[in-house]
Design a protein around this ligand. Structure first.
Ligand SMILES: Cc1cc2nc3c(=O)[nH]c(=O)nc-3n(C[C@H](O)[C@H](O)[C@H](O)COP(=O)(O)OP(=O)(O)OC[C@H]3O[C@@H](n4cnc5c(N)ncnc54)[C@H](O)[C@@H]3O)c2cc1C
Ligand code: HEM
Length: 541
């Protein structure tokens, strides 16, 4: 139900802070919500402040012991600007947009809706999958503003996809981020499917000092007023929160390389080095910090490093893989920029000649590929001592095993100096790391490719199938895997253009089958599928 917001002017005048710089310590203003009597610490920008139109205020009340024992929940207050009752606003409970629990709120008809979100990049944030919960206490909507008083349980520690963080109320200080926008959200009655356009009415980070009024003995009684759960109605919602960017018209590429992993990155680099116009299309987001990745545990905050950069975090993929591992294969694979090379253990062995000589066809025997192996190892030499100081740590396990193996007649070798000595030998492990960080194709081939004007990289974009005229490929059909990804059809150069599928063992096969290329019996199965059947190119074409 709509209620009056006549107190807004008074609050906006009182709460005239400038939440702009991380280092800034903003003392709170004590604010009593007139509708509920709840007393909060508040910080805000006055109506008329240059940073945002209409002003913005956030308030927080905490359990009575929160300044000595870290709280897990709080009562929040949002007062945000709107135009004709439309708009959205939010708060980042960690400060930045990425790797923090985000609360978004927007008015629709007579209800203020909320959605807990989590962003790994600067695109539409994902639904937060943790157990945080919002229950509403009161809300108001008028043509220029909306307010919400709410309880947020399990909101002060967060964890999604291997990225974790939290706010410690006992420190008496929090880093918070504010954001607001006027465009009306899409799917407004369905919080899980809501689509937000990028904030156009300001954003920033501020340091929020908590004073003694933040924690209140009445907290439990106030929290008991939180009885309204707004679940929304998703019956009319468009079933996706992914907003794609149309493929630019009139562009064609000599080569489209599908999948930015171990195979795709080097081939895209080599083709662009040869002067070809190359497009590399990758389904996932940027992984390592050097390429714009941001997913990191809180102890890496303030560094450019992400969880993908730190060699010791490679096993995280077996613990927290949501949003990183491919969800369309039943084997572990990385669906981020770098593919397997962004998540793997980085073991970097020169290949064993017999692998090629035994299994591979004429022209692909070990002698045929020696020159290529040398070129790869000249670009990615690898290391046996991956730490930044060049020392090996915790060698006790290796020493025990090495002692036993030596006594048993095994020989210690340097693995990549003796790639064919695989019988009763052992070695320290070579890794494709350098400078204490993940190296490999991301740190080498992708860097040289990105410097060329004839190379383009599209992230967050899935190739659905190749477009072909009989046996002749004319382009690929793409869809946005995440917001910001491309949607439409991108062409190869007429007649001479080529598509290279390097989307992984399963990913490339999936694209081929979706394109009507493959064994007849398997194509029949794809044809019967409700997702791919109706649009699959006929296997007879
Ligand atoms: C956890 C783990 C540990 C490993 N450890 C090691 C190791 O220590 N040493 C070693 O040598 N090897 C290791 N491997 C294996 C190695 O990483 C892989 O063999 C190698 O990455 C495969 O290369 P690829 O180019 O075929 O595929 P990938 O590297 O998987 O690349 C495929 C790329 O295509 C993208 N993609 C998929 N479908 C589409 C689509 N439709 N449209 C657009 N893009 C798409 C994916 O997101 C991915 O980025 C490991 C692998 C894993 C998963
Ligand atoms: C479609 C949705 C969104 C897009 C495309 C988007 C995009 C961006 C971009 C590009 C920036 C950097 C701007 C700059 O540095 O100049 C940014 C910053 C920010 N965003 Fe978003 N955003 C979106 C949604 C959200 C949401 C829902 C929240 C919070 C609830 C949020 C909070 C912030 C904050 C606090 C900042 C400033 C701090 C930082 O740079 O991390 N954003 N956003």
């Amino acid at each position: 139900m709509r209620t009056s917001s006549r107190f807004l002017g008074a609050l906006a005048a009182a709460a005239s802070f400038a939440p702009s710089a991380l280092a800034q310590n903003n003392e709170p203003v004590t604010f009593t919500d007139p509708g509920t009597g709840i007393v909060l610490n508040s910080w805000g920008l006055a109506n008329g402040a240059p940073q945002t139109q209409g002003g913005y205020t956030f308030g927080m009340a905490l359990p009575s012991d929160a300044l000595t024992t870290d709280a897990t929940e709080f009562i929040g207050y949002l007062q945000c600007a709107a135009k004709d009752e439309k708009g959205w606003c939010g708060i980042s409970l960690g400060g930045p947009m990425t790797n923090s629990l985000l609360i978004t709120a927007w008015p629709n008809e007579d209800t203020v809706y909320t959605s807990l979100r989590y962003a790994t990049g600067y695109a539409m944030p994902d639904v937060y999958s943790g157990d945080a919960k919002i229950t509403q206490i009161a809300s108001t909507i008028n043509s220029t503003h909306f307010t919400l008083v709410f309880r947020c349980e399990n909101c002060l520690q967060w964890n999604q996809g291997g990225s974790s963080g939290g706010a410690a109320t006992s420190s008496g200080f929090m880093v918070l981020g504010w954001v607001q926008a006027f465009p009306s959200p899409g799917n407004p009655t369905c919080p899980d499917e809501v689509t937000l356009e990028q904030h156009d009415n300001g954003m920033g980070i501020w340091g929020a000092v908590l004073d003694s009024k933040a924690a209140n003995p009445s907290y439990t009684a106030w929290a008991a007023k939180a009885t309204k759960t707004v679940t929304g109605d998703c019956s009319g919602a468009t079933p996706t929160d992914v907003v794609g960017v149309p493929v630019p018209t009139g562009t064609a590429y000599d080569y489209i390389v599908v999948g930015g992993g171990a195979g795709g990155i080097p081939i895209a680099d080599k083709l662009s080095e040869a002067g070809k116009k190359v497009l590399l299309i990758e389904k996932g987001f940027a992984s390592t910090g050097e390429h714009g990745g941001v997913l990191k545990p809180d102890w890496l905050a303030g560094t450019q490093l992400t969880r993908f950069d730190v060699p010791g975090l490679c096993n995280q993929i077996w613990v927290d893989s949501k949003g990183i591992a491919c969800e369309d294969t039943d084997q572990m694979a990385g669906c981020v920029l770098g593919g397997g090379t962004a998540v793997n253990a980085g073991l970097w062995f020169k290949p064993y000649a017999l692998d090629f000589d035994y299994l591979f066809p004429t022209g692909w025997k070990s002698k045929d590929i020696q020159a290529a192996i040398s070129r790869v190892f000249s670009r990615i030499p690898g290391t046996y001592a991956p730490s930044t100081d060049g020392k090996r740590y915790y060698q006790q396990g290796f020493d025990v095993l090495a002692g036993g193996l030596s006594k048993g007649g095994w020989t210690k070798v340097t693995a990549n100096d003796a790639p064919n000595s695989k019988n009763r030998t052992f070695s320290n492990s070579p890794f494709m790391f350098s400078g204490g960080q993940r190296g490999g194709p991301l740190a080498t081939y992708l860097n040289t490719a990105k410097k060329r004007s004839n190379f383009d990289l599209w992230l967050n974009t899935t190739v659905r199938r190749v477009v072909r005229d009989g046996g002749h490929i004319t382009g690929v059909e793409v869809e946005a895997f995440r917001s910001g990804g491309r949607v439409g059809t991108v062409n190869v150069t007429n007649v001479s253009g080529r598509v290279i599928l390097s989307a992984g063992t399963f990913g490339s096969a999936k694209i081929l089958l979706r394109s009507g290329i493959g064994p007849a019996d398997q194509l029949q199965i794809v044809k019967a599928s409700t997702i791919d059947g109706p649009t699959m190119i006929s296997n007879t074409s």
